[in-house]
Design a protein around this ligand. Structure first.
Ligand code: AGP
Length: 368
């Protein structure tokens, strides 16, 4: 497989731009757009017969799993335990052979994730793996391989693998919802239709906000600390934004649930720490507005990533407001991943770091 950068400066830039296409391939594998249904995947377990799903993974793949938890619980009413793989094996949680375990890994070789898989195998659980590299150890050792069709990901910072993992998890959640009788045929159709629009929206975001984010990144590269806030599925995204930024720009960043702000991190707020707020105009938007007011009152500078309605209703002054299209709830985490990737990417470019191969990091961590 010959992989080159094409017209792009870095693999990461190329991989960010490939997302509309690879998300589209991935979704088509799991969803039947013509019938408006999630495909039957021939799983080794029945979503309707299990009491819960245990997900484990590392880094960005873990954060995809965390978004997945919100989806499985919201749409399929299926309880999900989600763990960082290196913690999973040691916390001595009770496991049941009647339940299923899901492992998420781009490389399929991450040592901690693989060790967790073997641990669940010993417990007699059914095992599914969401992997990008099909010929990997994790793929080989699982009962069912749920591929992400992202193509080779070269940049150490995961981008397209993440949004493809989200695409798989959202599709699985719809399938689980149907199997468990938690959605009507009409509702399933509406969810599948919403998901089918993801490639178009991600493309629109790339067209619309890339230049604005590049300019913003120049400014962000002068700061030493950045805080990311979000609620609901934007909480994992806040952590993903912070992870991406620290990985490639070496700027210290933290991702927090917005509601946790006043339980600690608010002590850090001043004009020297910008706060990236990921907040589409959803049912908890007003709560996030209160958090932004708390930040603004302490001289904090806000970078708001929202939609038109959110921009109109955020009653605070921002350093920058990035306005994304108004998208259906289920696809929002996939679409909102794009601006946070771009922000990290361009900030790193201005910092002059080795974007594709940041210091101290390996693409695949094969030691525990
Ligand atoms: C993501 O940007 C990181 N480089 C890292 O957190 C990565 O997601 C993690 O090491 C897991 O890798 P995997 O998906 O290959 O298992």
């Amino acid at each position: 497989y010959l992989v080159d950068k094409g017209n792009h400066r870095h693999f990461m830039e190329k991989e960010i731009h490939e997302q509309p296409e690879v998300i589209s391939h991935t979704l088509a594998h799991y969803l039947d757009f013509a019938n408006g249904t999630a495909r039957d995947l021939d799983l080794p377990f029945d979503f309707n017969a299990i009491d819960r799903l245990a997900i484990s993974a590392c880094g960005t793949a873990y954060l995809a799993g965390l978004v997945g938890k919100y989806w499985f619980e919201r749409y399929a009413r299926l309880p999900v335990d989600i763990d960082i793989a290196s913690e999973f094996r040691y916390r001595e949680m009770p496991l049941s052979a009647r339940d299923a375990a899901l492992f998420i890994s781009q490389s399929g070789e991450t040592a901690d994730t693989l060790a967790s898989l073997r641990y669940c195998r010993k417990a007699g659980m059914s095992i599914g793996a969401v992997v990008n590299v099909r010929e990997s150890t994790i793929a080989r050792e699982s009962d069912v391989v749920l591929p992400t069709l992202a193509g080779p990901e070269i940049g150490v910072a995961s981008t397209k693998a993440f949004t493809c993992q989200l695409s798989v998890l959202a599709s699985l959640a719809v399938r689980a919802a149907a199997d468990r009788g938690k959605v009507s045929a009409e509702e399933e159709k509406a969810l599948v239709r919403a998901l089918s629009e993801t490639p178009r929206y991600t493309n629109q975001v790339l067209q619309k906000v890339e230049h604005q984010i590049e300019k913003l990144a120049r400014e962000l590269s002068h700061y030493k600390h950045v805080l990311y806030l979000g609620r609901d599925t934007n909480f994992p995204l806040a952590m993903e934004g912070a992870l991406k930024l620290k990985e490639i720009s070496y700027i210290h960043a933290e991702g927090y649930a917005a509601g946790e702000l006043k339980h600690g991190p608010i002590a850090l707020i001043d004009e020297k720490m910008p706060v990236v707020v990921i907040a589409p105009h959803d049912r908890i938007f007003e709560k996030t507005v209160s958090n932004m007011q708390e930040v603004a009152a302490r001289g904090g500078r806000i970078i708001l990533i929202t939609d038109a309605k959110g921009a109109a209703n955020a009653t605070v002054e921002t350093m920058e407001t990035i306005v994304l299209p108004d998208v259906p709830e289920i696809i929002s985490p996939i679409v909102y991943a794009v601006p946070i990737q771009l922000l990290a990417y361009y900030t790193a470019v201005f910092m002059g770091t080795d974007v594709d191969q940041p210091r101290n990091l390996a693409k695949s961590v094969t030691v525990e």
